[in-house]
Structures are given as structure tokens and as C-alpha cells.
Design a protein around this ligand. Structure first.
Ligand code: URA
Length: 210
């Protein structure tokens, strides 16, 4: 994966995303759509993984059959909205190891502050897929990836549902080595840091909070 941003334009992804954006979509509907779309995005974000072969026996004969090479990959959810993407991706990659990064924004400095960090061991030997549905200002994504690199990760991909041009630019400047996979690149951020047209607050919509 060499391009910095992969925009997944598959009709199923785009159709489901439109349903998610609609303000009258219920919490249950939103969650179900997110689960479905996450699986389709997982398919894209794992494209080009290194492969090897394993000798197996079909009912007819032996063969060298393709399997994914290397250590189990690590999925890292950026709390809390990342958990919505995580569930669907895990359904497609059930043997993945899972980590969590929790960050909040300090009200005075406006800088992201870490409140939780737990990731799989041997991060340096794994493909790490960081998941967060909304790449908005990019501040928390950049900070989360800083932490993952500090913990040893060298091969990181970032998976989101919606990205703003500002967020993509911020990520590209801070982490040009981290490819982004997204279902949409929206118009801009508004003055409150929301993506427009967007889908609102992803965490609130998936968990039914306000
Ligand atoms: N986080 C969200 O949940 N929504 C946005 O539009 C921006 C950040």
C-alpha cells in the first residue's frame, strides 16, 4: 500500500454510508450499518498483506496453498468511537490481537492527553491497524500514532469511515508512512471541529448518548 489515502468507493460501502449519515437513522440501525461497513473496509485495509504458502491436503491431493505471513496483526481502537469500527473488523479477522488507546482533550492546552494505553506485545513485528471512524482535526489520531510508534510499531495503517481534508493533511505531515483507508473524504471541518456534511458525533450515534 503506497498511496497515502485510499478512498473506498465500492457501491455497498457508499450506500451504507449514506444510510448512516441520515439523521433519522436509529442507534440500532447505525450500529448495524457500522458493523457491515467495517467488514468491507477491513477487506480494503488488509489488501497487499505479505503472503506465504502452507502445505495442505485437499480431498484429492497435496498442495502449497496461500496463507497470510507473519505474526497476528494488531487492531488498535482509539476510544471510544473506535470500538464501533473494531467490532466489525474483528469479525473478519477474529485472530487479531487488540489494543486500546484513550485520549481526551485538555481544556486549557487543547492538547490530547493519554488516559488509557494497552496494546499487544511485540508490536514491532506486527501490522498495526489503528481504527477511529472520524479523522477530523487529526489531533487525536496523530497523538495515538505517536504513542503506537513509541511502543515499537513500525508498520501502521489507519482505518476510518469519514475523513476531512484538514485531518488527512495533518496526518500526512505528521505520519507520512501511515496509509489511510477511508469510505469518504468530506468537504471540511466546521468551527466546532465537526466534519461536514459528516454524520454528527459518531460515538453518540453508535452508543445512543448525547
Ligand atoms: N468526531 C465525531 O464524532 N464527529 C465529527 O464530525 C468529528 C469528530
Amino acid at each position: 500500500m503506497n498511496d497515502h489515502v485510499t478512498h473506498v468507493t465500492h457501491p455497498l460501502v457508499q450506500h451504507k454510508l449514506t444510510l448512516m449519515r441520515q439523521k433519522d437513522t436509529s442507534t440500532a440501525g447505525f450500529r448495524q450499518l457500522l458493523r457491515e461497513i467495517s467488514q468491507l473496509l477491513a477487506y480494503e485495509v488488509t489488501r497487499g498483506l505479505p503472503m506465504t504458502t502452507r502445505q495442505i491436503e485437499t480431498p484429492l491431493q497435496k498442495m502449497d496453498a496461500p496463507v497470510i505471513d507473519g505474526k497476528k496483526l494488531a487492531l488498535v481502537s482509539i476510544l471510544r468511537a473506535g470500538n464501533g469500527l473494531l467490532d466489525g473488523v474483528l469479525e473478519l479477522i477474529p485472530s487479531a490481537r487488540v489494543g486500546f488507546v484513550g485520549l481526551y482533550r485538555d481544556e486549557v492546552t487543547l492538547e490530547p492527553v493519554q488516559y488509557y494505553f494497552k496494546v499487544p506485545t511485540e508490536l514491532e513485528d506486527r501490522l498495526v491497524i489503528a481504527v477511529d471512524p472520524m479523522l477530523a482535526t487529526g489531533n487525536s489520531s496523530v497523538a495515538a500514532i505517536d504513542l503506537l510508534k513509541k511502543a515499537g510499531a513500525t508498520n501502521i495503517r489507519f482505518l476510518c469511515l469519514l475523513a476531512s481534508p484538514e485531518g488527512i493533511a495533518r496526518m500526512k505531515q505528521a505520519h507520512p508512512d501511515v496509509p489511510i483507508v477511508t469510505a469518504a473524504i468530506d468537504e471540511k471541518l466546521n468551527e466546532k471541529g465537526y466534519i461536514v456534511p459528516g454524520l454528527g458525533d459518531a460515538g453518540d450515534r453508535m452508543f445512543g448518548t448525547k
